[in-house]
Design a protein around this ligand. Structure first.
Ligand code: PCA
Length: 190
C-alpha cells in the first residue's frame, strides 16, 4: 500500500510554489507506507488527467493533493470540491474560466471522506496554525480536487486536498510536518 502526495508548479509570476517545496520534504515513508510524489502543472483539466493516470499506475490507498492559498493564516484541509471553474487569473496554459461547470450535469459539490476535523486538531497539537476550509476556490486546485473525489470509488483510494499558506506564514519544513501529520491522521483516525 502506498501514498501519493502532489504539489503544484509555480504560477502567477511566483518563483516557487510552497506546496511543492513542502511535498519534497515529507519523509520517504510515513506509517510504514511508501510516499510517492508528483508535481502538477497549474493547468485546468491537464493536472487532473496527469494525476488520474498516476493513480491508475500506482494504485495508492491515499492521495493527498496540495496547493498554496496565498493570504491564508494556516494549513487548511479542504472539506469540499465544487463543480465550478472560475479564476481571477489565467492558468499556466493561458486558459481562463468565468463560471462554468467542470462536469456538466455532475454533482454540485463532492466531500472528502477523510477525517478533516481530526487533522486540524492534530496540526494544532503540533502548534502548526490550521483550520478547516469550506472552499478550495474555483481555480486549478479545486479542479484537481473535484476530479480526485469524483474517481475515488472507481479507483479505490481516499482523497483530500490541503492548502498550505505562503512561506512567510509557515516555512517549508513546518509545512512538510503538517502534511506528514495529515497523512498520519488519515491512516490512523477512525
Ligand atoms: N494554488 C492554486 C493553483 C495552484 C496552487 O498552488 C489554487 O489554489 O487553485
Amino acid at each position: 500500500m502506498s501514498i501519493l502526495l502532489t504539489g503544484f508548479e509555480p504560477f502567477g509570476g511566483a518563483a516557487a510554489n510552497p506546496s511543492w517545496e513542502a511535498v519534497q520534504r515529507v519523509p520517504e515513508a510515513v506509517c510504514g507506507r511508501e510516499v510517492h510524489r508528483m508535481r502538477l502543472p497549474v493547468v485546468y483539466q491537464q493536472a487532473a488527467d496527469l494525476l488520474l493516470a498516476e493513480i491508475r499506475r500506482l494504485q495508492p490507498e491515499l492521495v493527498i493533493c496540495t496547493g498554496v492559498a496565498s493570504g491564508r493564516s494556516g494549513v487548511t484541509p479542504e472539506l469540499v470540491a465544487l463543480n465550478y471553474r472560475w479564476g481571477a487569473i489565467p492558468d499556466n496554459a493561458g486558459q481562463r474560466f468565468s463560471g462554468e461547470p467542470i462536469c456538466p450535469g455532475g454533482e454540485t459539490a463532492l466531500m472528502t471522506r477523510l477525517p478533516v476535523h481530526a487533522m486540524v486538531e492534530a496540526l494544532r497539537a503540533k502548534e502548526i496554525p490550521a483550520g478547516l476550509s469550506l472552499s478550495a476556490g474555483a481555480y486549478v486546485c479545486n479542479d484537481v480536487y473535484y476530479h480526485l473525489l469524483l474517481h475515488e470509488a472507481e479507483l479505490g483510494y481516499r482523497g483530500l486536498f490541503v492548502h498550505v499558506p505562503d512561506e512567510a506564514v509557515l516555512c517549508a519544513e513546518r509545512a512538510a510536518l503538517a502534511l506528514t501529520a495529515c497523512i498520519e491522521t488519515a491512516l490512523t483516525a477512525e
